[in-house]
Design a protein around this ligand. Structure first.
Ligand code: GLN
Length: 531
């Protein structure tokens, strides 16, 4: 069949959860046997979010092909289990860069380059290329930002054209917000009506509306929206706040969203049967968890979205064991030797988070020391692993000035050093060691037992690495280098075998954990936390 397209737009306010809705639609279509991929357009001028502070847009998610992307790509992968890549994450910056580079090459010789048609053509080309290279049944394209923003205008025009040109194969799902006014005791649909009007003003008639709401909406309200917005009654849905984002696909299915999508695209809904059994079992386990544990997340960003993938990987791993994991954020900037015990009190496990720069690093090192000395299961990720190495060097090897060159370029004990190939790089955008690399696991190590295989592939995002000049000293003192890159010899995993569970990974295991395939390291970490 010709690829069908679902374009997801949002109105009224941002942060409505377009990523969750796009992922849920993907999951529901997959559950009927269709193949899907999901793509995001971000209307900012950065080429990718790799240079953004997490306070701007949350964590930077890294795909296996080494693209630094928006955190919504993480939802796409976690919900659907698909692998995304460079073609799944586009920004205004990248679209413009391609067009401008082509202009300089002379590809448009003699022509005036304009938003319409050149930028809009490039946007449409990126949707079509994803369809043709993946050959999937459905491409879901999420447009970041909110309808009416100046910066989303070229995307809206591109979609209008695309929908017109590919008649019958393109569907628009528009997500809006219905606020509840306490003083009036009423829900208000006016912002939704305005948002749809704005979309219609751009020449796009939404096919399906999803109303985000904090409380359940009555049918008559949905019908009112239907009548004011020219959208069929059975194409207006609500997405209420739910305790778990993983319930959203089930909730949307119960309302018939998948059926409506197929019908609007002229497909026979009776031709396929949805199987959400495994998904439902996961959600049941989430709500039915009989045990719970608390895990400390030691990081410097006091923001839910900054460590999104780590939080979700913990949920996946714990839920599969019918455990509820409560995450305690511990701000490493406030940690020192005098209060670390208090900060970590009662935590069954500790995660030392990734990061860049000096702020909050001494707190991470203190947390790593406390967890090692008190034998608390600990997972250090990327920068977190580097902090574990520095801590071990200072307190076990006695290198009191041990540090990373990133934090102290003068130290004699640069146990973490800049990677050789990074030393000549000056530009900061997209130049780290990015994406999936092989790692060979040491035969008798904890990680070899956990993964059950000799060679693993995990995703990276860093410039610094364990300094192999110190490897012998570490191994002799009890920190084992248990994962090595077979091509470069880089140390990718360290562990302390005398501890119950003390592992640091230079890679980011959290990026590849999914709902139906939790990551083995997180699964074993949570298990160790509950022994
Ligand atoms: N700042 C460290 C490096 O560049 C770690 C990066 C990270 O945690 N992703 O190596």
């Amino acid at each position: 069949m010709a690829t069908k397209h679902i374009i997801v737009t949002g109105g009224v306010v941002s942060s409505l959860g377009k990523g969750i809705i796009s992922s849920s639609i993907g999951k529901l279509l997959q559950s009927r046997g269709y193949s899907v991929t999901i793509q995001k357009f971000d209307p900012y001028i950065n080429i990718d979010p790799g240079t953004l502070n997490p306070y701007e847009h949350g964590e930077c998610y890294v795909t296996s092909d080494g693209t630094e992307t928006d955190l919504d790509l993480g939802h796409y992968e976690r919900f659907t289990g698909i692998r995304t890549g460079r073609m799944n994450s586009l920004t205004t910056g990248r679209i413009f860069k391609t067009v401008i580079e082509r202009e300089r090459k002379g590809d448009y010789l003699g022509k005036t380059i304009q938003i319409v048609p050149h930028i809009t053509d490039e946007i449409k080309r990126n949707i079509s290329v994803l369809a043709s290279t993946t050959g999937v049944d459905f491409v879901i394209t999420e447009i970041g930002g909110t309808i009416g923003d100046i910066e989303s205008a070229p995307f809206m025009e591109a979609i209008r054209q695309f929908k017109w040109e590919q008649e019958g194969n393109v569907l628009n799902v528009h997500l809006t917000y219905v606020p509840y006014l306490c003083a009036a005791g009423e829900f208000k649909t006016k912002p939704t009506q305005h948002s749809v009007k704005e979309l219609q003003g751009d020449g796009i008639q939404p096919d399906i509306l999803i109303l985000r709401t904090e409380k359940h909406l009555d049918r008559h309200l949905l019908d009112k929206v239907s009548s004011f917005c020219n959208v069929a009654k059975d194409c207006v849905f609500q997405s209420e706040n739910l305790p778990s984002i993983y319930e959203v696909p089930l909730n949307m299915q119960a309302q018939g969203l998948d059926t409506a999508i197929l019908r609007c695209l002229g497909m026979d809904d009776a031709a396929t049967v949805s199987d959400m059994t495994q998904w439902k079992a996961f959600v049941d386990k989430y709500y039915g968890a009989s045990r719970s544990c608390e895990v400390a997340l030691v990081g410097k960003y006091d923001l839910q979205d900054a460590y999104k993938s780590i939080r979700e990987a913990l949920v996946h791993a714990a839920t599969h064991q019918e455990i509820k994991v409560n995450i305690r954020f511990v701000n490493s900037e406030n940690i020192d030797a005098s209060n670390v015990g208090e900060a970590l009190r009662g935590c069954a496990g500790v995660i030392i988070c990734p990061g860049f720069g000096t702020r909050g690093t001494e707190g991470k090192i203190e947390a790593a020391r406390y967890a090692r000395e008190h034998d608390i299961p600990t997972l250090g990720i990327c920068f977190g692993m580097q902090m574990m190495v520095i801590e071990f060097a200072r307190n076990v090897l006695g290198y009191t000035d041990a540090n990373s060159n990133e934090l102290d370029p003068q130290t004699c004990h640069n146990v973490i050093d800049m990677m050789q190939e990074q030393k000549t790089i000056t530009a900061l955008g997209g130049t780290m060691r990015l994406g999936e690399f092989a790692c060979r696991l040491a035969p008798t190590s904890l990680v070899r037992r956990i993964y059950g295989i000799d060679v693993i592939y995990e995703r990276h995002r860093h410039r610094y690495e364990f300094n192999s000049a110190f490897r012998e000293a570490f191994e002799a003192a009890g920190m084992k280098c248990s994962g090595i890159n077979p091509d470069s010899g880089l140390v990718e995993i360290v562990e302390v075998p005398s501890r119950r569970w003390y592992v640091g990974t230079q890679f980011h295991p959290e990026y590849s954990s999914t709902v139906l395939a939790p990551h083995p390291l997180f699964v074993d970490f949570v298990k160790a936390c509950n022994l």
